[in-house]
Ligand binder design. Sequence first.
Ligand code: ADP
Ligand code: MG
Length: 462
Amino acid sequence: MNSWTIRTKLTFWYTIVFGGTLVLFGLLTYLAFSYANNKRIDVGLKEEAEGIAHYERISENFFRKYVERISNENDEEWASGKYVAILNHAGNLQFRSGNLKDAHLSLNNHQITEILSGKTYFTTVRDPKGRLLRIITISKKDTRELIQIGIVVNRDGALKIFSLALTALGCLAIIGSWFGGLFMAKKALKPINRMIKELQKIEPEQLDKRLTLHSAKDEINELSGVINEMLSRLENSFNQIRQFTANASHELRTPLAIMKAGIEVSLSKERDVRGYQQVLANNLEDLGRLSKIIENLFILTQADTGRYELHKQRMNLYPVIAEIAEQLKLIAEPKNIFVSMEKMEDSFIEGDELLIRMMLLNLIDNAVKYTQPNGTIQMSLCKDNGWVEIAIRDNGIGIPQEDISHIFERFYRTSNARAADQAGGGLGLSICQWIVKSHHGSITVKSELRKGSAFMVTLPTC
Ligand SMILES: Nc1ncnc2c1ncn2[C@@H]1O[C@H](COP(=O)(O)OP(=O)(O)O)[C@@H](O)[C@H]1O
Ligand SMILES: [Mg+2]
């Protein structure tokens, strides 16, 4: 059944349920009809037997006349196959009708006793010709004789025709319900077939295509809606991957092109040692940028595929931030940027120290890069109701309002940042966001152009 199509399965079940119900109905009707028919025969037999029992004495003469009369009866059913026999109280045969031949219906002692005590005894047997005989035996109270009358019952034409008609109808019902089921299944599955055809046409390059929706609010329409939503998500991820690849190759191509041009220029004529040293120093700087971008890309790819193994443990953020602030002072000093620490307190989190450091370094690197000389950077660490907040504020170039929602995107750099610092790769904040998320925290930013920015990281304490 597993290899059946839904259409075949639906048709099959429809036939079983609908055809089966019809057949069952026919069977019950037949049984009711046949029961009513048997009842009618039994009533007739009883009336006949009681008619004989009514006579005072059953002499041979009387019996002969009786048999003659029933043989001449117009009613075919009664006349054709009626058997009559009179037995004495011991069950021995006294008279019998000619058509009963040598056979009479023997009764055992128990049956005889029951019949003599007034019970009407019915039985159905087969006669030597193979016909079904319905037989009644009653006792004649005064003489304690047993009167047996039997008739052939399987000659009943009406019942035969009825059963034939029912069989034919049953077969028709099964065939009809099979075709009916087939038709209904085809109709019900038509939208699914249409959906399959539409989906087959959607290639990876055409993810903007959608399934046609109809006004009907049925399950198929709902499914089309869900598939359309899934297609939108796929389209988004595809576009993001395309964008990411394009951005990554662009970011890698620029420093490589600069390096290539530098080397070509230096090779174009002979130079002194200092000239070559200068080119090599420039190349080293560019190589540093390239390896930083590749390193960041590697981290993000691992993060995307869920392969980055986090080594979380209980850690105090205070000494980590204090240490980073010292490092910050070192890189801030040449730009004459003033670094201050506020509201510092012991704050424990469940974290991967390497990643937390990476996040803080990215944030302070940005703060230094995007703050003009003589600016200030403030760092703070405070606890609040199960959460710890790290804030890094600067009074640097700020971020244009329209860019704020994009700065966490990969390779996104604002134009004022590009102007202020050529060296960025635009991946730092994406990594920060991933680190914060993997620590079940959140990162937010408040910024005003030319006034400064504040990055707030909130993490759960432990
Ligand atoms: N402290 C900040 N002040 C101003 N702009 C910032 C600051 N931090 C981040 N940005 C903006 O967000 C962008 C993305 O930051 P990031 O992902 O770290 O990339 P990168 O540092 O390589 O430019 C930056 O290019 C810059 O436009
Ligand atoms: Mg950065």
